[in-house]
Design a protein around this ligand. Structure first.
Ligand code: ADP
Ligand code: MG
Length: 240
């Protein structure tokens, strides 16, 4: 589904991604871990082409993405993204948050998108909040709405950037449950998170990124029980 070759990205003089290679198969759940500032968010933003990069290749669904020759908006509708800070539209109801993009971008009818919105809200356990506004929701509920909103576009790949790290501890579980359900349903997912219980349960692979390089990757079993690199061991000691 996705192949990244030698991806390089700088901000001014700061080299943030120093030749990332990564392959993701259809249906895989990849968890990315690593110290703050290591380039995890930048990598996700490059995959979604929210950031330009200097060198390397991103191949998505068998097609080399070239920002000059490829319709980036079309790519973005196939890639859903969920951020740490929800980014719901505060002046819109839950239903409007979900239906805005599919009506505007996909030109679907009201009826079609409302049906779809109800189905997805039911899936994330929030159908009764369909007419609520974001301010009346808990952080966990907001994040579940944000996931449902991303799914409205029927993406084939979902990117999550620390989706639970802004939540009160008691709200983390409900969001992780929705994400586990999505992973088990066969969605292809790349998740930046330090929730190692989640990683152990649903990740096919864990990728450890530090200072702009993939230091180590492998099954949760291998990375968590038998890390090969000193940097991985040190990092895991901090978070486990
Ligand atoms: P992570 O998500 O692993 O914490 P980031 O990808 O957010 O790391 O950041 C990697 C590095 O790039 C950091 O040093 C950060 O300060 C820098 N950085 C990220 N975004 C920008 C930006 N828009 N402009 C300048 N520097 C940035
Ligand atoms: Mg980040």
């Amino acid at each position: 589904m996705l192949k990244i070759e030698n991806l390089q990205k700088s901000f001014g003089h700061l080299k943030v991604l120093k030749g990332i290679n990564l392959s993701v198969d259809r249906g895989e759940t990849i968890v990315i871990i690593g110290p703050s500032g290591g380039g995890k968010s930048t990598l996700l933003r490059c995959i979604n082409h929210l950031e330009e990069y200097e060198d390397g290749k991103i191949i998505f669904l068998g097609e080399v993405i070239d920002r000059h020759n490829t319709n980036l908006n079309k790519i973005r509708t196939k890639i859903g993204m969920v951020f740490q800070h929800f980014n719901l539209f505060p002046h819109m109801s839950v239903l409007e948050n979900l239906t805005l993009a599919p009506i505007k971008v996909k030109k679907l009818s009201q009826e079609t998108v409302i049906e779809k919105a109800k189905e997805l809200l039911k899936r994330v356990g929030l159908l009764e909040k369909i007419n609520s506004y974001p301010e009346s929701l808990s952080g966990g509920q907001k994040q579940r709405v944000a996931i449902a909103r991303a799914l409205m576009m029927e993406p084939v790949l979902m990117l999550f950037d620390e989706p639970t790290s802004a939540l009160d501890p008691e709200l983390v579980g409900e969001v992780l449950e929705v994400m586990k359900d999505l992973a088990r349903s066969g969605m292809t997912m790349i998740v930046v998170t330090h929730e190692m219980g989640f990683a152990r349960e649903v990740a096919d692979r864990i990728i450890f990124i530090d200072k702009g390089v993939v230091v180590e990757e492998g099954t949760p079993e291998k990375i968590m029980n038998n890390p090969q690199h000193q940097r991985t061991r040190e990092f895991l000691r901090h978070i486990l």
